[in-house]
Design a protein around this ligand. Sequence first.
Ligand code: SAH
Ligand code: SF4
Ligand code: F3S
Length: 466
Amino acid sequence: MNLPNLKEARVRSDKKVEYLENDNNIKKMFDGKKYFLKTYGCQMNVHDSEEIRKYLELLGFSETDTLEDSDIVVLNTCAIRENAHDKVFGYLGRCKHLKKDKKDLIVAIGGCMSQEENVVNEIKTKHPYVDIVFGTHNINEFPKLVMNATGIQDIEVYSCEGNVFENVLYSRDSKIKAWVNIMYGCDKFCTYCIVPYTRGKQRSRKMDKILKEVQELKNNGYKEITLLGQNVNAYAKDLNDKTTFAMLLEECAKIGIERIRFVTSHPWDFTDEMIDIIAKYDNIMPYIHLPLQAGSSKILKLMGRRYTKEEYIELFNKIKTRIPNVAITTDIIVGFPNETEEEFNETLDVVNKCKYDGAYTFIYSPREGTPAALMNDSIDLKTKEERLYKLNEIINKYSKEANEKLVGKIVKVLIEDVSEKDKEKVFGYTDTMKLVNVIGGSDKIGEIVDVKITDAKSFSLDGEVL
Ligand code: SAH
Ligand code: SF4
Ligand code: F3S
């Protein structure tokens, strides 16, 4: 996709945010004012919002979860499917309305939609009340844009050939578990996917910088880290310094943080070395998210996924046999252009063979600028919806079965917080990333405890602290 309207590439540097930390006057600028921050999309965006939140706090804002009470609205957007787009423009409607009475309200849009040229043009022409548009490559400039907001629309979005940021400031959502970005962007260019366009080419952080961050998180009492990347196991392929993702995993494990996770692994980059390291270290969690996308080798080829149905199943079985008690989840797209009934049945066949612990399933959504969006599609939406329904039924059956196997067993759970639905309970996740609602653990928040599983549902477990 061409981005002719976007500005020249910029190299990220860690200097740009210092002015915020050191200048107390900046804090006073928005003291007593409130921010409303809405995050869409993947973990990458959730983590980016932790950076945005830090800047808002440094500027003096405090958080509100009511849009109408806010003095600044920040929408951190996702572009992966059409419905994400619709939701954001829904929010913008409310902002426009609100601005009629509240002239000083600042409306800011960031995230992956901001990196789409057609979206930027739409905001320019139809939504003049939006004050700030910032992209995924210049989040560090967000505070400057807020301080300089004048009521005239300011669009600061860059295409990216740049380096990576270090020493980024975050206001993390949790004191127990933390995201750690190990790379930005993606070089895979799956034909349906917009991420390589909105996030740019793959740029890995240097291993020593990542390890320093992990060590600091451990020193600050964090129990769990999740190494983040769109294609996490392609880590360092762009660095040409012989490091690999398996090496990074091992070094993180040696730091001794209690739990290490990583998302998302691409089957094509899944090495034997990785499997060995995951199996070797108790603090690397036996949980792998391994997107299948489709079961038909023909569709996989059209998707540009670089593996066949047989190769995927072989890898799946290898992981299952070599990592004891591993749980594997997946992503599946139904209704890729011209997917036949037989081809869809191949997806069901893989699901029946792999019996996943869980899956995120989607109807294919054409994204402007991607190769797949140019393919003619003879399959109607109703057929696609029926396939999704059928797939979900099977997926849910297997997740329930996987959960039922745990009833009566004792598992380790990192207790995170009081349950929103039932204040008498707390919740946490098992090593294998299963959500457990726990009775009797309110004094155990932040600890890894033995929990006896008493009941299983499709998407969660019940248990009690031993
Ligand atoms: N980097 C990860 C995840 C990318 S986005 C990976 O490679 O697996 C998360 C999921 O959204 C993808 O795994 C895919 O299943 C789904 N997705 C991506 N583009 C899509 C599209 N155009 N339509 C429907 N689903 C899509
Ligand atoms: Fe998108 Fe494929 Fe990259 Fe995942 S690996 S982000 S699906 S291009
Ligand atoms: Fe969405 Fe961007 Fe993530 S498109 S899924 S927020 S990388």
